[in-house]
Design a protein. Structure first.
Length: 129
């Protein structure tokens, strides 16, 4: 299995940071368009707070168009944290390297293909109960 080079790691990190910034701007736009004063105030503070605080704030605001953005932001944050602790590109289940093709498709991928298939199968079986 191919290991991630330093250049690739830097590219993934830049892509993740850019995606996070795009999400922040998108959420700011949504909150600024809201008719609720508290949402407008939140939008003004959005760029000043950490990603963790932003996720916590967004969870408190019940705007359907933000729900998917929160989920994506959590995935990006987890991937960036994995980069910081030198675990990026390793499967969260088996700790084997994740296929580069999977990371190229989705840099927030947390599992190798085999573990992802087991995870989906397990989740599918849970829904059958």
């Amino acid at each position: 299995m191919q290991h991630i080079s330093e250049t690739q790691l830097n590219q993934y990190q830049l892509l993740l940071l850019n995606s996070l910034e795009t999400l922040r701007h998108s959420m700011t736009d949504i909150l600024m368009r809201s008719n609720h004063t508290c949402h407008n105030l939140s939008a003004q503070q959005l760029q000043k707070i950490s990603t963790d605080d932003l996720i916590e704030l967004a969870l408190k605001i019940e705007i359907p168009s933000i729900t998917h953005k929160i989920s994506t932001m959590k995935s990006i944050d987890a991937a960036l944290n994995n980069i910081q602790i030198d675990m990026y590109g390793l499967c969260s289940d088996c700790e084997e390297p994740i296929e580069i093709t999977r990371l190229n498709i989705d840099p927030t991928t947390q599992r190798c293909l085999a573990c992802e298939n087991r995870y989906k199968k397990q989740k599918h079986n849970e829904y059958k109960l």
